[in-house]
Write a new protein. Structure first.
Length: 535
């Protein structure tokens, strides 16, 4: 009975954390649209150049290191918990100071390497966000170890809402007062600092009172180096799938603008082109939300079944997470291919760079598969294989940018991203199959998925072309109406074909978030076919 209550509490906490994670990702994708509308492509370029520096450290500490702290606390006797927390806090503070020093005192050098010295003040502003991470990470880790997920969820959502509010309201005020785009960008980066401070404030009620001297004097001790080593190893392996998109953005920060200008593009034009290229970020983030939700909902069941030695159920859940991720990623990438010019104009005010954004959008497939495969590998205890493959993909991205940007501009950068992420996804797939030879999907699954995607793209493109030319007309309003009608039109085509093929069974649909409606739709189609067959 006690074990059941414990499991129920854990599942409730996991639901809170999953919902918060999805909401945070949605907010992160959505705020970029009004922000870009306020500052334009040049202002968007300014912000996106700096954001990866702040985001990488935030994800590593407040997600990866928080999980590492919780795991160490769960694995060790309570008598050494104080010593572990003290060691973890010291390690986190050292990392925070080092990251702050790198950004603040190295801002001029980093801005020079990016090819835009005026970015240095923004890096200095972003450096202060690192100072709030240690306390937030430690408290989150402690709460996770205790199974108290609800406060973490509230803190995550609260932090993101404060950050988004500061970015949008602050940017509007700066521009209204006649500030430059760089000032607006600096204000937006300050949003990360405000968000970090807000996270600490949300978590302060759950902090443990200061270590009393008597407890430290008489309490158990522990060797610090092994704890620090485990903290670093676990945090990197756990957070690598969340970091990969940010690391690819960091590569772009150092290469896209600089290589465009070195190839003869005028500086202002190069800034605008990089801003156009960065329009793809919120679209891709939105596209991988489904994969993220699957990772949060299905993949933990794989690890649980493996622990219980129920390999058949574990294999079923692993295959389902792969199939669902691939299916929705293909739908998102194919759908964006068909409607990108109209979505581009609807969200960002012009159709500039739509082809490059189409190429970029296919990264949704590789990112979604990488997220699921990384989590599955971690679930069977292979923590460092994902790190190696994702770093290999990152290296290929660096080489690809250097070779392709001078030839194809931002389309070359988007192509390089696809190549690098494809290498990572394929490597992760092969590595998983070597350690656990399960069948992810039969050949008919891939055939129907390809057929559904092609028909959806063809049908949606045809409707969007007709609607744009003859129904709604040109302009942002017309593009918006075209996009808003084409998206559900394409979704109906895709889901109808998938439901007809039954490559995902009704029982499998019931296992995923919001899958009940799809299961009901699939059953209705099946029933109608049977009736027609009888008649």
């Amino acid at each position: 009975m006690a074990e059941q209550r414990k499991m129920k509490k854990f599942m409730q906490g996991a639901v809170w954390l999953a919902m918060a994670g999805i909401l945070v990702k949605l907010l992160s994708a959505l705020y970029r649209v009004p922000f870009q509308n306020m500052v334009g492509d040049q202002g968007f370029y300014i912000y996106q150049q700096i954001y990866p520096f702040v985001g990488i450290f935030a994800v590593w500490t407040t997600y990866g290191l928080a999980v590492a702290v919780s795991k160490l606390l769960a694995d060790h006797d309570p008598s050494v918990h104080r010593a572990i927390e003290k060691t973890a806090l010291g390690f986190l503070m050292a990392l925070s100071i080092l990251w702050f020093a790198m950004l603040y005192f190295g801002s001029d050098r980093l801005a020079h390497w990016m090819g835009d010295p005026v970015l240095a003040p923004l890096l200095k502003t972003g450096a202060f966000a690192a100072l709030f991470m240690p306390v937030a990470a430690l408290v989150k880790g402690r709460l996770q170890a205790a199974g108290q997920m609800q406060p973490i969820a509230v803190a995550q959502v609260g932090e993101q809402m404060v950050r988004v509010a500061v970015i949008l309201i602050g940017t509007w005020i700066v521009l209204a007062q006649g500030g430059t785009l760089y000032h607006a960008g600096q204000t937006a980066i300050f949003g990360a600092v405000a968000g970090g401070a807000a996270a600490v404030l949300f978590l302060l009620p759950y902090r443990r009172p200061s270590f009393d001297r008597l407890a430290l004097k008489n309490g158990a001790t522990i060797k610090r180096y092994p704890i620090i080593k485990q903290l670093a190893a676990i945090s990197i392996s756990i957070s690598v799938s969340s970091l990969i998109l940010l690391l690819f953005q960091l590569v772009d920060s150092f290469t896209v603008f600089r290589l465009l200008t070195e190839s003869g593009t005028e500086r202002m034009t190069a800034m605008e082109q990089k801003g156009v290229y960065d329009r793809a970020q919120p679209l891709v983030q939105f596209g991988i939300v489904i994969a993220s939700s699957l990772v949060l909902s299905i993949v933990p069941l794989v690890a649980e079944m493996k622990k219980k030695n129920d390999l058949a159920k574990a294999a079923t859940y692993a295959a389902l997470s792969y199939r669902m991720s691939f299916l929705f990623a293909a739908a998102a990438a194919g759908g964006l291919t068909a409607v990108m010019p109209y979505v581009n104009e609807m969200l960002f005010g012009s159709r500039t760079g739509s082809f490059a954004l189409i190429v970029f959008s296919w990264q949704i497939i590789w990112l979604s598969l990488s997220l699921v495969l990384t989590s599955l590998l971690q679930g069977i205890g292979k923590l460092f294989l994902p790190v190696l493959w994702l770093l290999a993909g990152l290296g290929l991205k660096v080489v690809g940018n250097a070779l392709l940007i001078p030839l194809w501009g931002i389309t070359g950068a988007a192509t390089a991203g696809n190549i690098g992420l494809a290498l990572s996804a394929i490597g992760l797939f092969i590595s998983f199959k070597r350690h656990w030879s399960i069948r992810f999907a039969p050949l008919r699954y891939y055939g129907w998925l390809l057929f559904a995607t092609i028909v959806m793209v063809a049908g949606t493109t045809a409707w969007a072309t007709v609607a744009d030319r003859f129904v709604f007309g040109s302009g942002r309003t017309g593009a918006s109406l075209t996009a808003l009608t084409a998206v559900p039109f394409g979704a109906i085509i895709f889901l109808t074909i998938i439901a007809t093929s039954r490559v995902i069974t009704e029982r499998q649909w019931y296992s995923v978030p919001l899958g009940r409606k799809m299961a009901a739709f699939q059953l209705k189609l099946r029933s109608n076919r049977q009736k027609r067959g009888i008649e």
